[in-house]
Design a protein around this ligand. Structure first.
Ligand SMILES: Cc1cc2nc3c(=O)[nH]c(=O)nc-3n(C[C@H](O)[C@H](O)[C@H](O)COP(=O)(O)OP(=O)(O)OC[C@H]3O[C@@H](n4cnc5c(N)ncnc54)[C@H](O)[C@@H]3O)c2cc1C
Length: 408
């Protein structure tokens, strides 16, 4: 990001901004639709869900409340990160819908701003913010998920174009996407598997790209298998340099795993808070009494409250230079691991409060809160897998942060 570092706002300026944002959200929060919204951008499975969420992101963009830290010349706000922090917190408190173009806002956009050419930034960034062009991510393949460096999709140069062949899988937002951040093998003979990879900003609304939706265990859709059969993309679609795709992919993964500095902001999912579970514990009965009166339930809730608080503080620690200079990604990686597992455990605990009704799901008239908690629990696995599974995060933390012996 080439522009000069923006000025840090005074507390008074931030207070005034908070008041403005709060008022805007109150006046502009969209009416709940007459259909079920998904829990996150990963489960957007119907055109009506997509259009509702896209319209919301567009409205937020027009108001100037996402991309606040991104350079002005590419459609951002050019402001200090504290402003975006205010917006994010106010959005969470107001329970507004999440942004739909999350892969663009959180991973593709930041990595293009970090490593792209001026022309690439001009071409892509503003349309990411406005949700005019949706992005997806083509990293995982049927045989290569955790082992990302083993990607087998090929890109072969032919004149002014690259010709793509291969299959990507679990492509979130693949149906709606116009572009994909894509890792492909351009030099199968390279001395190391990592050296033969190149990172592309690939159009995926072109001939030769076949998208097949995949259903999730919740019954929802939201990701695809994406097959490339002689799909031809422009020769200048590379981000970074040919053969250096691995380092671009690693930079992208750092954003995916939570390197919040650089991300555009906005909510990415329906938040799950301990407060909501406390409320549920008041409503659910255990031996005829509110579950919250059970000492074991209360003790468990207190543990969750402490963990939630600790996670919140760790988000702050992640931004304190003195704590991250030596190992820049250590706290962020820990937060990804602990935060996603925390959410999954919290959702499971919420279901355990419901007793026998806990087995009921959406569509069942007796399901507590319409089966919302059950869907939330199943979807909570997504973040423990995407962006590197919990086991992979543990390996990385063990080897690169704690200095333990490498696993094979
Ligand atoms: C909801 C959702 C959305 C997704 N969206 C996208 C997307 O948009 N784009 C995209 O490219 N991908 C996406 N993914 C894919 C995701 O990144 C992969 O599923 C993930 O990286 C794991 O790869 P895999 O499924 O091939 O599992 P595998 O790599 O086959 O792993 C299977 C199991 O083995 C364990 N394992 C593997 N290697 C090791 C090791 N070295 N040490 C210890 N344990 C190991 C894993 O932890 C896991 O439990 C998404 C996944 C989900 C669930």
């Amino acid at each position: 990001m080439s522009e000069a570092t923006p000025a840090r706002p005074s507390p008074e300026e931030l207070d005034a901004f908070r008041t403005e944002v709060r008022a805007w959200l109150k006046d502009n929060k969209p009416e709940p639709p007459d259909f079920q919204l998904p829990d996150s951008f990963m489960e957007v499975g119907t055109p009506e869900q997509f259009e509702y969420l896209r319209a919301w992101q567009h409205k937020v963009y027009e108001a100037g409340y996402i991309g606040l830290t991104w350079p002005k010349e590419y459609g951002g706000g050019g402001l200090h990160g504290l402003y975006q922090g205010v917006v994010n917190r106010e959005m969470g408190a107001a329970n507004v819908p999440f942004m739909v173009n999350i892969i663009g806002l959180m991973w593709a956009g930041p990595v293009i701003l970090q490593l792209g050419t001026h022309a690439q930034k001009q071409r892509y960034i503003q349309k990411i913010l406005s949700a005019e062009e949706i992005w997806c991510q083509g990293f995982s393949e049927p045989g290569n998920g955790s082992d990302l460096g083993n990607a087998q999709t090929t890109a072969v140069r032919d004149g002014d174009e690259w010709v793509l062949n291969g299959t990507k899988i679990w492509t979130s937002l693949g149906t709606e996407a116009k572009h994909m951040i894509l890792l492909a093998r351009t030099d199968p003979g390279a001395p190391s598997k990592y050296k033969g990879l190149t990172f592309f900003l690939a159009p995926v609304d072109i001939p030769g790209v076949h998208k097949t939706p995949i259903q999730k265990m919740t019954g929802e859709y939201g990701f695809n298998e994406t097959r490339f059969e002689d799909a031809r993309i422009p020769g200048d679609s590379i981000l970074g340099r040919e053969g250096e795709g691995w380092s671009v992919a690693m930079a992208t993964l750092m954003f995916e795993r939570g390197a919040a500095e650089g991300q555009a902001g906005g909510l990415s999912m329906v938040p799950l808070r301990v407060d909501d579970v406390v409320q549920l514990a008041r409503e659910c009965k255990r031996d005829g009494r509110p579950a919250i009166e059970d000492p074991e339930v209360r003790a468990e809730l207190v543990r969750f409250v402490m963990e939630e608080r600790a996670l919140g503080l760790c988000q702050v620690r992640q931004r304190i230079p003195g704590l991250v200079t030596e190992r820049p990604h250590a706290i962020m990686m820990m937060n990804k691991l602990v935060g996603t597992e925390f959410r999954r455990r919290l959702a499971r605990f919420a279901i355990s409060l419901q007793g026998a009704n806990g087995v009921l799901y959406m569509g069942d008239p007796d399901a507590p809160d319409g089966g919302h908690w059950q869907r939330n629990y199943m979807n909570a696995f997504s973040a423990t897998i995407g962006g590197g599974t919990s086991q992979i995060q543990k390996n990385i933390l063990g080897e690169r942060v704690l200095g333990l012996a490498k696993s094979y």
